[in-house]
Design a protein around this ligand. Structure first.
Ligand SMILES: [Ca+2]
Ligand SMILES: [Ca+2]
Ligand SMILES: [Ca+2]
Length: 137
């Protein structure tokens, strides 16, 4: 009986981990616009364009949260956490300095390139760490 419980727990965990990897992989696919299996600084910048409602090249907290609430209201809490993560210098705007910091965070090997593995690895960990804030997991 005990073994069964442990087995079920273990399976749930494995299932969740593969879910996070899948979510991270999907996010990679939408970010890697030219499909070269790497994410460039330009691609990161482009991935934020959709949030930049007034087109000033920066994403304010209000712009970001408006977008999240409009398209994915269930992810409101996750969005709030993600904004804090993206806005690395905490000036309440996501702009070039933050894109650069985000790129460097993703580039764990420090070779100036963000590979699919690095991206998926970063995001699956982030998804797992914020599992209590989103419906998956
Ligand atoms: Ca690319
Ligand atoms: Ca803006
Ligand atoms: Ca900032």
């Amino acid at each position: 009986m005990k073994l069964l419980v442990i087995l079920v727990l273990w399976m749930t965990e494995v299932y969740c981990v593969s879910d996070f990897t899948q979510m991270a992989t999907e996010l990679f696919t939408t970010t890697d616009l030219n499909g070269d299996l790497e994410v460039s600084r330009t691609e990161i910048e482009s991935s934020f364009t959709k949030y930049d409602e007034n087109g000033d090249g920066r994403v304010s907290r209000v712009e970001f949260m408006d977008f999240v609430d409009r398209y994915t209201p269930d992810l409101h809490d996750l969005g709030r956490e993600l904004y804090i993560d993206y806005d690395s210098n905490q000036d309440h705007h996501i702009d070039l300095a933050d894109f650069e910091a985000y790129f460097n965070k993703l580039d764990t090997s420090g070779d100036g390139r963000v590979t699919k593995d690095e991206f998926v690895n970063y995001w699956s960990k982030l998804m797992a760490a914020t599992a209590h804030l989103h419906p998956v997991g």
